[in-house]
Design a protein around this ligand. Structure first.
Ligand code: ATP
Ligand code: MG
Length: 187
């Protein structure tokens, strides 16, 4: 059986959820939910902190509080919103550095089975973090660790390094009808 095969030969994967359609973060959180249920130690690092209160924070905390499950979700930074050609705010850059230091330490620590780097692709495409630094750490990750990177415009060098890359393609989005973000669906 495929399941048994996977048990015997666990190979840590690098996955990327990218593209312009909705579902990159939710698919990563779904995988995290699946992994945590398997008793795997899951860490989700969210690089872009929105102003909303995200429901997944409560779900992760609740699961984490139950014996036998490890599902930690940490928000990093203060919501870096750099659009257009403006120079990045030094304070945002400092927080990206701090966030990346935390991510790097977690990846290399051997303490986790799955790490989600949520929205890291944005941080890279905004040139706040060099793709090469991320690739270098991913190349040195523990063999059994799975890592998921999310966000639009995944860097080509990371796409090349990854094992599984999925591009979410937008067919339509409620936003285009003027429907605002919905609780439980968007946050
Ligand atoms: P989600 O967190 O819902 O899985 P995502 O991670 O794929 O979304 P992000 O780029 O992180 O997408 O954007 C997050 C927010 O933007 C969500 O509220 C999402 O519904 C919204 N969004 C995503 N794609 C689109 C789109 N094509 N048009 C408008 N809004 C979008
Ligand atoms: Mg997202």
């Amino acid at each position: 059986m495929a399941q048994e095969l996977a048990e015997g030969s666990r190979k840590g994967l690098i996955l990327i959820n990218t593209g312009a359609g909705k579902g990159k973060t939710t698919a990563a959180l779904g995988t995290a939910f699946r992994a945590a249920g398997n008793g795997m130690r899951v860490l989700v690092l969210q690089f872009l902190k929105g102003s909303w209160h995200y429901g997944e924070l409560e779900s992760a905390a609740a699961l984490n509080a139950v014996g036998g499950f490890t599902y930690e979700l940490r928000k990093l930074g203060r919501g870096f919103v750099k659009v257009g050609g403006a120079e990045a705010d030094p304070e945002d850059l400092r927080m990206v550095e701090e966030g990346w230091a935390q991510a790097e330490a977690a990846i290399l620590s051997g303490e986790w089975d799955l790490i989600v780097l949520d929205e890291i692709n944005y941080v890279i495409s905004y040139k706040m973090l060099a793709a090469e630094r991320v690739a270098d750490v991913l190349r040195r990750k523990p063999e059994r660790l799975h890592v998921i990177l999310t966000g639009r415009n995944a860097h080509p060098s990371l796409v090349e390094l990854a094992d599984t890359v999925t591009e979410m393609r937008e067919i339509k989005h409620a936003y285009q009808k003027g429907i605002l973000a919905q609780r439980g669906i968007e946050f």
